[in-house]
Design a protein around this ligand. Sequence first.
Ligand code: ATP
Ligand code: MG
Length: 392
Amino acid sequence: MSAMRFERIELKNWKNFPSVDVKLASRVFLIGPNAIGKSNFLDAFRFLRDLVVEGGGLAQALKSRGGLGRVRSLHAHRDPEVALKTTVLNPTSGARWCYEVSFTHETRNGHVPVVALERVTAVEPGGSRLLLDRPNDNDRGDLKARTQVAIQQAPANKTFRELADFLASVSYLHLVPQLLREEAPPPAERLTADPYGRDLLGIIRDTNPRARNERLKLINSVLKTVVPDFLELKMQPDSHGRPHLVVKFEHWRRYGARQDEVQFSDGTLRFIGFLWALQDKAGPLLLEEPELSLHPAIVQRLAPFIHRAQVAGGGRQVIVSTHSPDLLSDEGIAPEEVLLVRPGTRTGGSEIIVGAADEAILQLMESGIPASEAALPRTNPQQVPDFGTLFP
Ligand SMILES: Nc1ncnc2c1ncn2[C@@H]1O[C@H](COP(=O)(O)OP(=O)(O)OP(=O)(O)O)[C@@H](O)[C@H]1O
Ligand SMILES: [Mg+2]
């Protein structure tokens, strides 16, 4: 596996995490109860991407999240800075990038978010080089300079462009079938491809025909095995040039029956989005609960499928949030690949540990017990009340 990937991430005062410091495998399964912070954790990677994508930057990344007040942890007391630090590994060269950024409100000048610290280190087998260390001379007395991160500026990030490009390559998918069907225009302030799948059809249309056909071919072979009477999936524009996915089904009519995405089932649409995204050769992919709307028999095959797709795609990293025992029942999942999000023991809010760091989970998984039994039950809410009894 040779693609660049996140090797470690540290967060301070990020949403419901006062403090996080975890190592990340090439494939990660994020588990934990509802509202514990799984999506917030994925959002830290999206935030790093939003800092560097075109039209992004610090101010925009915060604005699209409702401002710094929404991002900063409500659990922060004395130490009000929000900080993200990540180590990115290039497995081909063995080199690493370390990127660290923290920001806070400048209170004297109308409460604008400003960079408190920004640092880039290149860690090579021969030693480390500090390429950026802010605040620096340019920042002193220049409030405007401090409202931007250097990594968002092409002239300033010249010596660490590889890192900026890597962060920009992060993608996120949480396809909502009804949004895709409705052709609702995605909100204008979006920085990247729509995570909810509203522009999936346009993306498929705009992919070069060879790559598109290759990807649709695999999607076709998979759908044939799971959708009854499925014959063929194609991309077809309508008379206005709008792209549509058209499926031909086996039918008593001689030429089969056709349907487009409006009629596809929720599971079919979500599965198409999943299969398309996994075949991208781009950077890290964040997948939100890929099990939704799918039959358990399919969900049981998702983890090995993700692994195969990673190998075929040059080893890109995939980080998945899930609640599914079926998905986690795959015995190929290693304890290093499981991240447990749980209530914080010391600080309030939530914390994250790697499955391998918990002796009991490690022992169980090493003896062949799958993550669904060894790790998932450990994330059960402390008490799940019988809420049926709450009816008056
Ligand atoms: N700035 C913040 N400080 C503290 N808590 C926050 C902050 N922003 C959001 N939260 C909390 O994070 C929780 C939501 O977290 P998130 O959406 O990541 O949950 P999740 O684990 O993905 O849950 P689910 O499994 O239901 O999708 C909410 O309860 C919300 O109150
Ligand atoms: Mg969530």
